[in-house]
Design a protein around this ligand. Structure first.
Ligand code: IMP
Ligand code: MG
Length: 176
């Protein structure tokens, strides 16, 4: 099967510029914090988290979490934790790092679950958000870009596990 090249939505330069801006805002906001725990939501976050965390000017620790949806099995949108953080976040300052907020269900679930562990603070950062698709009202503290209802790929994001390593963010038609 021939793979069509995705159409560019955000170039590598635009993404890097925005990541720099987010990193400097986060560094300023947490300048008094002893240590910030960044929790990346696998797998889509891995490139964004790598770039963002390297640009932060504050002490930070990296953790990962993975969730999977039960779609096709039970209730659509029901989520389940498949990998947890290695260390306890109770009393810690935590920032969740997402690649994209689509319906908001993943982030809503994570905010509930991690919030119950009583972190000192719990905030959210996502590179992308699709406002037209939101069904859960989730607050985003640090947002890269709002995008239209398109399937986007690259910079960590995939379509059927393809395209993750593209340096830019593009979109593909469901047929391609
Ligand atoms: P949610 O609907 O906000 O819970 O998003 C669930 C997950 O779906 C995101 O974290 C992404 O991993 C994935 N996702 C949603 N939209 C896209 C997209 O356009 N491209 C790639 N992955 C997406
Ligand atoms: Mg994700």
């Amino acid at each position: 099967m021939m793979l069509k090249e995705p159409e560019v939505l955000f170039s590598e330069e635009i993404i890097q510029e925005r990541v720099r801006e987010l990193a400097s805002r986060i560094s300023a906001d947490y300048s008094e914090t002893e240590e910030l725990v960044l929790i990346g939501v696998l797998r889509g976050c891995y490139i964004f988290l790598a770039d963002l965390s390297r640009r932060l000017k504050i002490p930070r620790r990296i953790e990962f979490i993975a969730v999977s949806s039960y779609e096709h099995k039970t209730t659509p949108g029901t989520l389940r934790l498949i990998m947890d953080t290695r260390t306890d976040i109770t009393g810690k300052h935590v920032l969740i790092i997402e690649d994209i907020v689509d319906t908001g269900q993943t982030l809503h679930y994570l905010l509930d679950m991690l919030g119950a562990r009583k972190p000192a603070s719990l905030k959210t950062c996502t590179l992308l958000r699709k406002p037209d698709r939101l069904v859960k009202d989730v607050h985003i503290d640090y947002l890269g870009f709002d995008i239209p209802d398109l399937w986007v790929v690259g910079y960590g994001l995939d379509y059927a596990d393809r395209y993750r390593a593209l340096p830019y963010i593009g979109f593909v038609n469901e047929e391609s």
